[in-house]
Design a protein around this ligand. Structure first.
Ligand code: RIB
Length: 311
């Protein structure tokens, strides 16, 4: 089993379930809220651990109760959290998540300690970069840190996976050169390419990203599955899972990317790893919350066997 290092955010999620999203100026009432461990980076590290992978994480929490709980949750699935720093006097990242009755969400993140994940800290933890095989990045920490980590990882000959979420239109172009796998959803893909490219087909859009230097492009399409453009230029559509009821899409993308990394770390081919990722994220959206929704390998195996999918 290869080692995966996740570099990213940890958030305490305040989740509010609503029949519909609030309009501007509208006040909605709800019964209560739930506190759930989240953060795109932590969700990915947790998924890797829960599936039985070998994962370590670099990131930061505040010196508060939510930070300690986030670390405990990662430890519960044997993620190596020894490199995660605790910054006193700063609050742990906090996400405010609204989920409507269709399972769609709107999220606001108060970044807190995640903003302290700087280049110097990554340099101090270079040992973890050297010891891993795959580096998994998202965009909830400073972009300069993402750039540095991707470049350093590539320089060390590691495989770099970038989940470009939350999407931003100003992603530095040079970043693409260090990325082996990028995994936007359709909205993120549109943002990465800018409005002028919005009308392109998946085939064209993924070719543009590849032209910028990314080796493999995977676009998640929600209920339509996923689309892959491989390093050799071949493309392939992957069907979605069937027979699952969407309850909450939070962490669908995180669990997909982490399962892809898990599959590659376990020696699967890219197509197999993507089949796994589709199942893992499909199962994750059947439950509420971020890390609370991640399936273990027994659940994944049972689903895949029942649907004649190869694991
Ligand atoms: O991708 C889902 C995550 O986005 C949530 O857990 C929340 O913390 C935000 O980072």
């Amino acid at each position: 089993m290869k080692k995966v290092l996740v570099i990213g955010s940890l958030n305490c999620d305040y989740v509010i379930n609503l029949p519909k999203m609030p309009e501007t100026g509208e006040t909605l009432l709800c019964g209560g809220y739930e506190l759930v461990p989240g953060g795109k980076g932590a969700n990915q590290a947790y998924t890797l651990g829960k599936l039985g992978g070998s994962a370590a994480m670099l990131g930061a929490v505040g010196g508060d109760g939510p930070g300690a709980k986030l670390l405990d949750n990662l430890r519960s699935v044997e993620v190596d959290v020894s490199g995660i720093k605790t910054v006193t006097g700063v609050s742990t990242g906090t996400a405010f998540i609204f989920v409507d009755s269709s399972g769609s969400n709107s999220i606001i993140v108060a970044q807190g300690a995640n903003l302290r994940v700087d280049e110097e800290y990554i340099r101090e933890n270079d040992r973890l970069l050297r010891e891993c095989d795959i580096v998994l990045l998202q965009l909830e920490i400073p972009i300069e840190t993402v750039l540095y980590a991707a470049k350093r990882a590539k320089g060390l000959g590691k495989t770099v996976i970038l989940d470009p979420a939350p999407a931003r239109p100003d992603l530095p172009r040079e970043l693409y050169r260090w990325v082996d796998y990028i995994k936007p959803n359709e909205v993120e893909l549109g943002m990465l390419l800018g409005d002028s490219e919005a009308q392109n087909s998946l085939d064209e859009s993924t070719a543009i990203l590849q032209g910028l230097g990314v080796k493999n492009v995977v676009v998640t399409l929600g209920e339509r599955g996923a689309f892959l453009r491989e390093e050799n230029g071949l493309t392939r559509a992957f069907p979605p899972v069937s027979g699952l009821r969407v309850v909450d899409t939070t962490a669908a993308g995180d669990s997909f990317t982490a399962a892809l990394a898990y599959g590659l770390s376990a020696g699967s081919g890219l197509h197999e790893a993507l089949e796994l990722a589709i199942c893992v994220s499909g199962l994750a959206v059947t439950k509420k919350g971020a890390q609370t929704s991640i399936p273990d390998m027994a659940e994944v195996r049972a689903y895949m066997q029942a649907h004649n999918k190869k694991l």
